[in-house]
Design a protein around this ligand. Sequence first.
Ligand SMILES: [Zn+2]
Ligand SMILES: [Zn+2]
Length: 425
Amino acid sequence: STNVAAQGTAPAIATNAQGGRKFRAFVKYSNDVPTLQELTVRPLTGRQVLMRQEAAQTCYTDVDRVLLPGIGVNQATILGHGGVGIVEAIGPQVISTRVGDRVIVNLHAACGRCFNCLRMRSDKCMNGGAANPQAMCEMGNTPVFTYTGSMSELMITNEEYVTPLFTDVPSAQIAMLTCVGGCGLGMTMTNCPVEPASDVVIFGAGPVGLSAVQGAKIKGASRIIVVEPIRYRREIALKLGATDVVDPNQYRERARIAGAGANADQFRDSLVEHLREMCKMKTDRRWAGGGRIGPDHILEAVGGDRLKPTVEQGPDPTGVLPLQQCWELESSVGTLVTCSVGHPVGAMVQISASQWADGAKHHWPGTGGGTNDRRDSGRYCRLMETGQLDMRTLAAATYAVDKTREAYQACADRTVVATIVSANA
Ligand SMILES: [Zn+2]
Ligand SMILES: [Zn+2]
């Protein structure tokens, strides 16, 4: 059957369309590194959407799977999570997108119907895994799962992940919103609403941190201090709205404070002290509005190094120390948002039990910064249209699909902020 009403004037698409169509994609199917393969589309059904890929960003979280052999898989999958494409076919139950739409495929589903979505937490949509139960294409006789895979000429996924966009912003810039950009912007707009005239410290100036810099500026922060070991990234941060930059490698002294009180700092840390000094108010007169210690908001986007960068490395390759420093830097009325990944298995953050239980520090963790992809993707595009948000600077280099490994290598080396893979390149 066809869903003519939902399709309006667009061509109605029959069930089982597109079956047998060939395309090329970067596939991980064994312990070896992924390779470019020719795949065959299985007939579309249900809420499935098939798109011609336009652009996808190579998220750092995948660099080890792409570049290092020896990582096992349970099933063959197309690499990447999210991208931008043009809808070429839809299953008969699809209602939110039409053939010809330019759409963003996001990391998180946003079904709009589950318990979490109904509480404005689509970053925790419960229909993400359930939406993609079957392989949507095959490699010879091997079923290949697409999920939100995008290092590919075609993307095939369920409607829950797909949001149509009505904008003339180039696809490579929109692709920066998937996962990383949406995370950084969500950190400033959803989980941690930055207010005008506030002081914000951002740890990490990769694609997430540099998006957070811009989000903080858009929200009216007066001071945006970026902590980042890589010199060229500090320079980009200043260009995109940071007011100050700090190299953490210049502040590495750290020692436990003997006999510290339960609610006091447990470590003397030269980076934390330096940042507090930078955020000192013009008055410390507590009867005259003074007395704040440290910044209003802290946004963390560092994470562990999966491979050693070829540029400057931070003080702690595991990414745990910055988490610790963020917590310590936070005042009792501040907000801390963390979002990093890639810490070693078993790594622990040490927090004073008394501070954690009763210290009044506010902490919002992860999951894409709280971005609601279906609600927010369009408004992030609007910010790009008006020049308030610059994703062109972040999408530094574009590679063809058969050069996907080179794109991830540049990402792993951290020689550029982010790379884009495009079937049009
Ligand atoms: Zn990602
Ligand atoms: Zn949901």
